[in-house]
Every structure is written in structure tokens, then in C-alpha cells.
Design a protein around this ligand. Structure first.
Ligand SMILES: Nc1ncnc2c1ncn2[C@@H]1O[C@H](COP(=O)(O)OP(=O)(O)OP(=O)(O)O)[C@@H](O)[C@H]1O
Ligand SMILES: [Mg+2]
Length: 395
């Protein structure tokens, strides 16, 4: 279909508030596209309709009169980022797409689909602008620590083949009066000059200052400068901001971001995928062992899962054929005290009989006696005895 990106953007705008009539028309369009063999486009629209009303707040493109296409000079490794005038500390670090790992964070299906749809819009920015539609260029990522927000920002930049200008907030915030606001202006002026994505990671450090009673005056000015800079940038280039503390953000700043995506902790299917990606391919875990790992990692972030996987890798490297899966997981749980306090943790540290019953009655995993026998390396009759004696013990 000609002008597909525009249709996609319009559809997203129309579905911002769920609307059955629009959804029905879109379903007709999807069917027509499928009939014409335009499977990819049909799939894109289908994802959009499926995600209507979901918590991921991908907002519509803003239609404005501007016809200026995405401009800016090319950033090359010889271009130096701006520096703080007093300390000479760089205000940003530039990361080129070739320096980013060719990997993407793993998210659950609906979130991935929404991110793909945003990427499609951003990849077609010139087409949209050429048609008089100015797309939403500012994205806010928020959510718990270690869930893959920074990873996602780097992935987006790589997909778009844009360099990332990563603001260094420690260099940006100065103890000299007036300097922080000037640094922010200089940073934005630099980003606006080049074709790039401006990444403001741990964004709350600057944005929250306005309400801090100890830091009035000067800091109010900093936030106001930031607001002005964001307003100008919104018509010029991509900005991605990241925070773990969205509640601390100034509402005025929050409103500057048309697209806001909450990155949650992974659900169990996602945890399984992250584990399988991080664990050595030649480990050949049994189904019951993978199931056990996804169970014990409930409440873990992607980063916590990567840490557990690294621990397992280290043990394999040291112990070789003597590697004991169950003992390794148990010692990790003991060594990572306070990281993830849940009763699953206690069950792993405690008696195997108790752990078996927990795994057996868990509604999501519900491990059969056969699976438990495989996991514990025991006969099924032993597991059956454990379960019966535990049930009695509990009565
Ligand atoms: N969703 C995910 N899929 C795959 N790996 C992940 C995911 N989330 C986190 N990880 C792993 O954890 C590491 C750290 O993630 P990242 O730095 O992106 O988290 P973050 O959300 O930015 O955390 P913070 O809020 O603490 O800055 C990644 O490099 C990756 O190895
Ligand atoms: Mg981060």
C-alpha cells in the first residue's frame, strides 16, 4: 500500500482513545491488505489494533504544518562533544551504531510489538515529514532498575543507524551558579546541530531538582532551561529520556514526552528467554531445570537474571564435569542475600521436600512428579513420598 507509514501513524492517532468504529474499519483494511498479499503491512496494523488500550502509552504523531525533513550534519568520530567551561569535563559521550552490540532486549509480546511499531515510525520519519506530518520524536522510558531501558535505547539507535549523544549528567551538573543551565543549553545545541539521538539517561537527576527545597532558585532555572530546550528539540530530532523514578519528575517535563513506555520486570516466559540467551548453549539444561530457574527468578529484572547466568557460567568453567546445577543455584541464592527476598528463595535454601511441594503446587509452573524427579535426580516414588509426607506434615 502506498503511504503505509502515514496510514499507520494516522491509525495510531485515531486509536489513542479506543474507538470501535475505527477498529472495525482498520480490520476491514487488514483483511483487504491480506487479500492483496501485503502480509507485513497487515501484520503491522493488526498489532496496533491488538494493542489498543494496553498500558504501553505509545501516543500519536502530532500533525503540524512543518515540512522540514530530518536535517542535521553527520556526526563523525572526529567531532568532539561540548565540555563544561570550568572543569573541561565532557557533557556527552558519543556512541556510534557500529560500537553497539548487535543484540536487543527481550520483552513480552505486546511490548515488543509496540516498540517495533515505534521503530517503524521513526525509520520512516522523512516520509512522514514530507507529507506534512510531524511525528512524535521524544520518548520516555521508565520502570524498575535493570529492566533493559538503557539497552533498549542503544538498540533503537542501532536499528535507526543513528549515533547516540549520551548526556553525562555528572559533567552537566555544575556547582557553579548558572553553569548547569548553560551546559544544558550547550548540550542541546550540539545535539540539534547533528543527525543523532540525544539520550538523557537517569534523567530524574536534573528533572527532579525543581521541587527540592534545598536547591531553589538556580535549580528552578535549570529545569526551565530544560523545558525550553526540550520544546525546541521536539521539532528537530530524537530524544530518549530514561528514569527509574518517574514519580519524581516534574509534570511539565513529563508532558514534553509524547511517547512514554513503562518497562516492567519480565514475566515468566520472558525470564525463560532471557535465561536461555544468557546461559551457555552447550549447557543443555533439562526442561525441569529451566522451569525451576524461571520459577526462582520471579521478581528478578533482566539484569538480575544476567548476574545469575554469569554465576552459573563461572561455576561451569571452574568445576567442569563436576558442575552440579542444583547446588550452584542454591549457593547463588545464599550468596545473593537481600537481592530478591521472596519465599521462593527460602524454599530453595530449606529442605528439598518443602521445595518439591512448592514447585508442585505453583499455579504457573506446577511441576509434575516426573519433572521433580528429573530436577532432584531422584526416583518418582521418592518424590511421591516427599509430597505425601510434606502434605501430612503441613496438616
Ligand atoms: N529485557 C532484557 N532482555 C535481555 N537482557 C536484559 C534485559 N533487561 C536487562 N538485561 C540485561 O541487564 C543488563 C543491564 O540492563 P540495562 O542497563 O539496560 O538496565 P536499565 O533498565 O537501564 O537499568 P537502570 O535503571 O539500573 O539503569 C543488560 O545489559 C542486559 O544484559
Ligand atoms: Mg540504565
Amino acid at each position: 500500500m502506498e503511504h503505509y507509514p502515514i496510514v499507520l501513524a494516522l491509525s495510531r492517532a485515531a486509536l489513542q482513545t479506543p474507538n470501535t468504529a475505527v477498529e472495525n474499519h482498520l480490520r476491514r483494511l487488514i483483511k483487504a491488505l491480506e487479500k492483496d498479499g501485503q502480509a507485513e503491512q497487515a501484520d503491522g496494523l493488526n498489532k496496533l489494533v491488538r494493542n489498543t488500550g494496553k498500558s504501553v502509552a505509545i501516543q500519536p504523531s502530532r500533525v503540524v504544518l512543518s515540512l522540514a525533513a530530518m536535517g542535521g550534519e553527520m556526526l563523525t568520530p572526529s567531532v568532539k562533544p561540548p565540555v563544561d567551561k570550568e572543569t573541561s569535563a565532557p557533557l556527552a559521550e558519543i556512541v556510534f551504531p557500529s560500537e553497539t552490540l548487535d543484540a536487543h532486549p527481550i520483552f513480552e509480546e505486546n511490548l515488543s510489538a509496540s516498540i517495533d511499531s515505534l521503530l517503524e515510525e521513526w525509520k520512516n520519519i522523512d516520509k512522514l515529514k514530507g507529507s506534512g506530518i510531524n511525528p512524535a520524536l521524544a520518548l520516555m522510558l521508565f520502570g524498575a532498575p535493570g529492566t533493559g531501558k538503557t539497552f533498549l535505547a542503544h538498540h533503537i539507535a542501532r536499528e535507526l543507524n543513528y549515533p547516540l549523544v549520551v548526556a553525562k549528567l555528572d559533567g552537566l551538573i555544575s556547582s557553579f551558579l548558572g553553569t548547569t543551565a548553560r551546559n544544558i543549553s550547550n548540550l542541546f545545541a550540539f545535539a540539534n546541530r547533528y543527525k543523532c539521538i540525544l539520550l538523557l539517561d537517569e534523567f530524574d537527576a536534573v528533572a527532579k531538582l525543581r521541587d527540592d527545597p534545598n536547591e531553589l532558585g538556580e535549580l528552578k532555572r535549570v529545569v526551565n532551561t530544560l523545558l525550553q530546550c526540550l520544546d525546541t528539540r521536539n521539532n528537530i530530532g530524537f530524544t530518549i529520556s530514561i528514569t527509574n523514578h518517574e514519580a519524581l519528575l516534574d509534570p511539565a517535563i513529563w508532558r514534553r514526552f509524547d511517547i512514554r513506555i513503562e518497562i516492567p520486570k519480565p514475566i515468566h516466559q520472558t525470564r525463560e528467554q532471557i535465561l536461555l540467551r544468557n546461559l551457555p548453549k552447550n549447557l543443555k539444561l533439562k526442561k525441569s531445570q529451566i522451569n525451576f530457574l524461571t520459577w526462582i527468578t520471579d521478581g528478578y529484572s533482566g539484569s538480575d537474571i544476567a548476574k545469575l547466568s554469569n554465576f552459573i557460567k563461572r561455576k561451569i568453567a571452574i568445576q567442569g564435569s563436576k558442575f552440579d546445577f542444583f547446588e550452584t543455584v542454591r549457593s547463588y541464592i545464599i550468596l545473593s542475600a537481600k537481592d530478591q527476598e521472596n519465599n521462593r528463595r527460602q524454599a530453595v535454601i530449606g529442605r528439598p521436600e518443602e521445595l518439591a511441594i512448592e514447585l508442585n503446587r505453583d499455579p504457573e509452573h506446577s511441576m509434575s512428579q516426573e519433572a521433580l524427579a528429573e530436577l532432584f535426580g531422584k526416583a518418582q516414588s521418592t518424590i511421591s513420598r516427599w509430597l505425601k509426607s510434606e502434605k501430612k506434615h503441613k496438616e
